[in-house]
Design a protein around this ligand. Structure first.
Ligand SMILES: Cc1ncc(COP(=O)(O)O)c(C=O)c1O
Length: 443
């Protein structure tokens, strides 16, 4: 062991002691493994779609360039197929401009590290993704101008806005207030009360000084007409100049992030924004400037995925996912109603109901369930023995005290699989609530 390894290892010991040590675990999720995967973000089960596979292979066969893009977007990586996919996204998501990134991580870091200027503000839901935090940390916004508010809590957002007004604003203030939100939060699986938050923001900050950035990583492809996302379904997509004919609805979400690593079943992301923000990122976003652009194989796959999202198969997959979500929520509610919360419970119900819109289900089910438990590793190991892959999530990914296992649904599952998982969870709860002496007597 080198001196460096020795020092690093002693730092890792700290993680081991706190039971926060991370390691890579490989799971065989092929049908032959007999394991049911409740950990994947493949919400629409597109990675196993036979028609997607067929369309992709056939398109690869007939396309001259299928390998790497061979350069950054500023060099050889800006091909007609990259630009044409961006144009497709502009039309599909109704955005004035679209910019591809190699990942959602890169897009969030790029945006927050470069776009806000030193006298701007950033207000963010405390549970926004780590990539937003990393971007903000790398930005030039002073620490005292970075303001979190309690998760999905409109009253606390108001408090934070009042605090900000007291510290800063004069009528001549031209700084921008960036607000970072997610449509569907990845750990609690709950939705943002978006219209309420936007109304509050408008009450405190003039529109011209606001820049709302909504991360739709977990809703891309899943919600809204043909999977256009929650912002679109609510008519809040923005980034247009005043008077732009393409503008629909209120348009109060200025920037949207749609990612391709989850329901879309590929990798990469697209940032939907104004043409000026796009141009600014092309000039200053280091992850975009200094990294090889998405390979042709991914661009081809994304075109094939979008063909499916826009046809009947996409609708069917979204419907299956919604009915499975309803089913598991009902089954879990039954189990949890007779389970002591210190053994297993769901995060508290949302403060506000989900907003209504024509293109959204009246009570949209979430494909993510965070099941809180003080012993996530033990529960995950127990479920694996029973044939279910359900991963533990521990600090620092979630705050201390919010340890959980995270259950993710996929459109290709069936109710029998969910029944199996509920039976295993019931057995676990039973074991935890049965005194040790009773268990011994049974052995
Ligand atoms: C809310 C959210 N935003 C951004 C990302 C990053 O996306 P990607 O996996 O494409 O880097 C993730 C990924 O976990 C996420 O959950």
């Amino acid at each position: 062991m080198t001196e460096l390894d020795r020092r690093l290892d002693s730092l890792l010991d700290g993680r081991r002691e706190k039971k926060r040590f991370r390691s890579l675990k490989e799971y065989d999720t092929t049908p032959e493994s007999g394991l049911a995967d409740f950990s994947s973000n493949d919400y629409l089960s597109l990675t196993s779609s036979a028609s997607l596979r067929k369309a992709y292979l056939s398109k690869l066969e007939s396309t001259p360039s299928i390998f790497g893009s061979t350069g950054s977007r500023l060099l050889s990586g800006c091909t007609p197929s990259h630009s044409s996919l961006e144009k497709r996204f502009e039309r599909f998501f109704n955005s004035p401009a679209a910019l591809l990134f190699n990942s959602g991580w890169d897009a969030n870091v790029s945006f927050f590290a470069t776009v806000p200027q030193p006298n701007d503000w950033v207000i963010y839901d405390e549970l926004v993704h780590a990539s937003v935090h990393s971007g903000v940390r790398a930005s030039r916004i002073p620490i005292e101008r970075r303001l979190p508010f309690n998760h999905n809590d409109p009253a606390h957002l108001e408090k934070v806005l009042k605090r900000m007004q007291n510290t800063a604003s004069t009528s001549k203030d031209t700084s921008t207030v960036f607000v970072a939100l997610e449509s569907l939060y990845s750990m609690d699986g709950d939705f943002s009360p978006l219209p309420t938050l936007l109304d509050i923001l408008e009450n405190y900050i003039p529109r011209r000084r606001l820049c709302v950035v909504l991360d739709e990583a977990h809703s891309t492809g899943v919600y809204g007409q043909q999977g256009r996302g929650i912002t679109y379904a609510l008519g809040e997509e923005g980034g247009f100049d005043a008077g732009d004919q393409r503008r629909r609805g209120k348009g109060r979400v200025d920037v949207r992030l749609m990612t391709f690593g989850k329901a879309v079943g590929c990798s990469g992301a697209v940032l939907l924004c104004s043409p000026t923000v796009r141009s600014f990122l092309i000039n200053f976003a280091r992850p975009l400037i200094f990294s090889t652009a998405l390979p042709h194989s991914t661009i081809i796959a994304l075109e094939c995925v979008w063909d499916i999202l826009q046809n009947e198969e996409g609708d069917q997959r979204r419907q299956s996912l919604m009915s499975l979500a309803e089913y598991i929520h009902n089954r879990l509610d039954q189990l949890l109603s007779r389970t002591p919360p210190n053994i297993l419970h769901l995060p508290p119900d949302p403060i506000l109901p989900f907003p209504q819109a024509t293109d959204l289900p009246a009570k949209p089910g979430s494909p993510i369930l965070g099941l809180l438990t003080p012993t996530p590793h033990a529960l995950s190991a127990f479920l694996l023995e029973k044939g279910f892959i359900v991963r533990p999530v521990v600090p620092p990914t979630v705050p201390p005290g919010a340890e959980r296992v995270r259950i993710c649904l996929r459109a290709g599952m069936d109710e029998k699989m969910i029944d199996g998982l509920i039976a295993a969870l019931t057995e676990w709860v039973h074991q935890q609530t049965t005194p040790v002496a009773d268990l011994r007597a049974k052995l």
